[in-house]
Design a protein around this ligand. Sequence first.
Ligand code: ASP
Length: 684
Amino acid sequence: MRSRSKLLILAALAGAGPGWADEGKWTPQQVLELDARWLKQQGLELPVSRLWDPKRGTGLLAAAVAVPGCSAAFVSASGLVLTNHHCLFSLIQEHSTPQRDLITNGFIANSSGEELPGKTVRVTVPRRFTDVTKEIESAVPAGSADLARSKAIEAKQKELVAACEKTPGNRCSVGVFDGGLQYVLIENLELSDIRLVYAPPRAIGEFGGEIDNFRWPRHVGDFSMARAYKDGKPYTPEFFFPISRGGVKPGDFVMLMGYPGRTFRSLTSGEMANERDFRFELNREIYGEWIRLLEQTTKGSAEGAIAVAATLKSLNNSHTGAEGQLAGLARGSLIEKQKANDDAVMAWAAGKPAWAKALDAKKELDRVAEERRKMGVHDYLLTSVNVGSLALRDAAILVRLAAERQKPDAERDPGFQIRDLQRLQAALERDQKSFFAPSDEALLASWIARARKEGIAAARAANASELLRATKVTNAAERSKMFEETLQQLRARQDPMLEMAFVLDVELREWKARADARDGAVARLRPEWRKAVIAHAGKPVAPDANSTLRVSFAHVQGYAPRDGVQYKPLTTLAGMIQKHTGEEPFALPGFVVDAARKTDANRIPINFLADADTTGGNSGSPVVNGRGELVGLNFDRVWENVANDFGYAPDVARNISVDVRFLIWMLDDVQHADHILRELGVKR
Ligand code: ASP
C-alpha cells in the first residue's frame, strides 16, 4: 500500500505544470511518502527525515504549532512563539483598557516579568500521528442505523483520546479525513501558559484593515509574539525555526507548515451548494448586520469599542471571507465544475461491479444533502448562538453543562467532558472582557427576530432588553457560581435568560441529533464515493483541511488577477508609505513614518506572494526556505483565491506572507527591541 501510494504521488507530481503550483495540503505521513528527488528538485535542501521522524515523534514540523484558530512557529530556544497579529488579537484585547490601549499602541515586554498571560490561549505541539481507521470502523456494529453509527464512532474516539491523554501534558484528538476515508489519532503536547511578548500598533498589524483584507498588493505587519511556559519556566522546544537573513526573491522555493481549518473540495456538488447557501450566504447577510450593530452601539465609547474589538474583527474577517467565497464560486463556476466531475465519475463507474457501492453512495449523499436544505436557515440560526450575543451563548453553555454533568464522563457531549471543564470555565470568565451591554442587546434582538421567523421556540416570546435587564448571566461573579450549579439550582434561579436557554437546549439537542445522523450517513457513504473519485482521478489527492498539521510546497511568484494585469510577488515599505493617507485604516503612527524616512524604504520587503495551498487557520504558518530557515509568516490569501476552499486554481492560487525582513526592521529600526532581536539570533 505504502509503495503504491508513493508511486501515485510521484506520477502526480511529475505532471505538475511549469508554473510550479501544486495542489495539496499534505499530511506529515504523506510528506514522508513524497519522492525525495522531486522535493530536492523543488528546492528542499534538508533530508525529508529532518521534517518528521515518526519513530521519535518529532522533527522540524514540531516547531510548527497550533494556537486557537491559527498556526504559529517556535522561533527561539526559550519558547518564543511567532504568529500573526490577528491571531493574538484577543490576547491583546484582553489586556487593553481606554487608559492603556494596547490594541492601538501595541506592546513590548521588556522582561519576562512584563509578559501578559492569556486566559484562553494555548499552544499545541505535535507529537504523534497514528492511523486508527480500522479501530474506528470496527467499533461500529454491522447494520447500525446512521445515528447509532455516529454515536459508536464518537464513543470510540473518546476512548482513544482518553487513553492517549493518560500521558502527562498530552492533548489528543481523532482527526477525521474526508468524512471518514481515514481516521488519525493525533497526540499533541499542550502548553496552556502563554504570555504576550510583542504586538505592533494596530495601524501596523492591521494596516489597510478590511479594505485590504484578502487583497493584493498588501502592506501589513501582521505579526506578534508570545512565550510558551511549562511548569512556570519558558518552554524549551526541541526544534525552532532560525530566522533567515537572506529573505526570498521571485522563484524561490518555500515550504509552509500549519493547521488549515476547513475546506470543501471532497464534497459532492449538492453538498457544496449547501455550503454556499447555508454557510456563506448567511454569513454574509447576518454577520453584515451584526457588524453594523456593533459599530453603531459602540460609537463614541472607548470602553465599548475595546470590548467588542475582537468580536468585530473576527466577524469582519468572516464577512469579507464569505464575500470572497461567493464571488469566487460564481466566477469560477466551481459548483458546476464539481457537478461535471461528479457526473464524469458516475459515467466512468457505471456498469463496473467494483464501483456499484460508490454509485449507490453518491445517490444517498445527494439525498442527505437535499434533506439538509429543508432546515438550512433554521439550523444555521441555532448554531449561530456560538457567535452572536455573549449572554445567550453563556446561558446556553451553562444549561448544557449542568445537564451533561449528571452523566458519566464518557457519555457526555464532546466539549463538556472533564477534560474540557477548565477551558470552558476560562472561556466564560474571559467573556466578561468582551461584554458590552448595548452591543449584546442589539445582537440578541437581531438573533431573536431572525430565530422567531424560523419558528425557533426559544425566541417566541423573548425580548432582548427585558432579558438583559433581568438576567444575572452577564454578571461575572454570578456566572462563575452558575458554572458549579446543578440543573435544579439553575432552574430555581428563575433567571429569564436561563429559562430561554432551557428551551433552546431542547432545540439544540434536536439539531445535534440531526447533525449526528447526517455525520453517521456521511461516514458510511463518503469513503465509498471518494474511493471512486480518487481512482478516477488516477493520482493521490490530499484530504480536505480539518485543522490538522499539513505541509504545502510552493514557490514565490506573482500572478495575473485579470486580463492585462500582472502582479509582482513582493511589496516594500515604500508601498506602505505610499498608502499612508493619515486616514484609517491607512494611518501609520508618526514614529513609523519617521523611521521609514531614514531608510531606503524600497529595500525593506514587507509582504510576498507564493503559490502555497492554504486556507483559514493557516494564518501564522511558518514559511521556511529549503534549509528550514524562517523567511515569512503566512497571513492571508488573495481575493481570486478565496474560493480555493472549493476547488484549486493554479493560476491564482496565491497565499500572502509577512516578510521577516520587515519584522526585523520593525523590531530594530522602529522599536529598538534589541532583547527580542538577540533572542531571535538576529543581533548579538
Ligand atoms: N486570513 C486567514 C486566516 O485568518 C488566512 C486565509 O484565509 O488564507 O487564517
